[in-house]
Ligand binder design. Sequence first.
Ligand SMILES: Cc1cc2nc3c(=O)[nH]c(=O)nc-3n(C[C@H](O)[C@H](O)[C@H](O)COP(=O)(O)OP(=O)(O)OC[C@H]3O[C@@H](n4cnc5c(N)ncnc54)[C@H](O)[C@@H]3O)c2cc1C
Length: 420
Amino acid sequence: MQSSLSRRTLLKALGLGAVTAVAPSWLRAEALPRVVVVGGGFAGATAAKYLKLWGGTSLEVTLIEPNTTYVSPILSNLVLNHQKTTADLSFDYVNHSTVYGINMIHDAVNAIDTSSQLMTLHSGATLSYDRLILAPGMEFAEINGLDYEKVPHAWKAGAQTNLLQSQIDAMQDGDHFVMTVPASPYRCPPGPYERACVVADYLHNTRGLANCQVTVLDANAGITVEAETFGAQFEAYGITYRANISIASVDSDARSITFSENGGASETLEADVLNVIPNQKAAKVVVDAGLVAGNWAPVNPLSYESTLAQHVHVIGDSQATAQPKSGHMGNSQAKICADAVLRSLNNQTPYEAPKTNTACYSPVSSTHASWLTAVYEYNAETGAMQLVPDAGYPASGAPSTQNYEDMFKWSGNLFADTFA
Ligand SMILES: Cc1cc2nc3c(=O)[nH]c(=O)nc-3n(C[C@H](O)[C@H](O)[C@H](O)COP(=O)(O)OP(=O)(O)OC[C@H]3O[C@@H](n4cnc5c(N)ncnc54)[C@H](O)[C@@H]3O)c2cc1C
């Protein structure tokens, strides 16, 4: 066995002297395989936890996440109507390090070299991996003139959510709330429609501002999911809904948006509160590593290994399997990926018949919620995930107070499975 001094000398000779605990396992004869997970959201935090739960002391797991607190986007529309606070939706990584023995690094990954299996962190440190799981969520497409400090997206939860809440709270009777829905695929298909309902209910019924208007500008040809439910709610709240919208620009100071409908003439709409949720793509670190085709990262759904680079897996919102971009789905993919990585470290092939599950609960007021769920299975002929045939998926439930209560049981279980 090499002494650590001779390993350091060897690394220095290889030009890797400044590296933090660096060598790949082929240089560390006595070392355990190192799996690095990037991003501590629903996908990454679950993957790191289950790698250790199932892999135990047979591997070293490192989770890289810039923030010490994660704020869940799930339920975050309930911050806008004061049913929840961002503190209620906040989670830390203490269990990851103390209960599961995961190395937590609070830093961001700036660059990944998939050929040498090395990555550079924002702090300048370099880290090697034997297997890499990327779970950094998603990024927004740029919109001319859009400044999130003035026109929040509130689609990644935290400060943005609180900013939108305070803008809505400053609305007076007769004011106009205008929001946009991104083109599919995007994070949480029902989420924007749910937000329109929650805001309309809050303005009209909680704050008694009967003359406030809510307008939804949708990039899609129609309501993308639960169309009957949201269509009926929009009618009941008097929400103006317009489809096939292309955004040209935003004036963030004036809170106005310029767009066309159905490819027609350009129009500008003034808002008192403007909430633009732009189109979406894989997170920057995934794009920069050359792991994207189009907007998202293609993967083998048996293992979530990238089809563009060996030993790199992509789970959660950034991946391109055409399954919904939801936290529940990210949690589900994380377990399939963790199992496949552990098998691969033992020279085994991935489980050949994986199933995944998604669920979204949508509050439409401070008392009622609907739900949407689906189960997917691997189709060996197409090599893709598909809805389980003849099972009635996607299935949905109309708004009710019972569903509103169940929403907290479901989310409590998901939060615990990811962070506890
Ligand atoms: C209003 C709303 C309601 C929703 N409701 C539901 C619901 O009912 N059900 C449901 O299942 N889902 C819901 N979602 C969707 C869900 O929140 C997302 O799909 C989920 O968060 C995606 O998980 P993820 O782990 O892929 O990404 P994220 O949760 O975004 O986590 C990514 C993490 O990666 C980190 N990161 C990014 N870049 C780097 C880097 N370079 N280096 C290191 N770390 C990095 C980030 O800091 C972040 O913590 C909702 C979303 C919204 C906005």
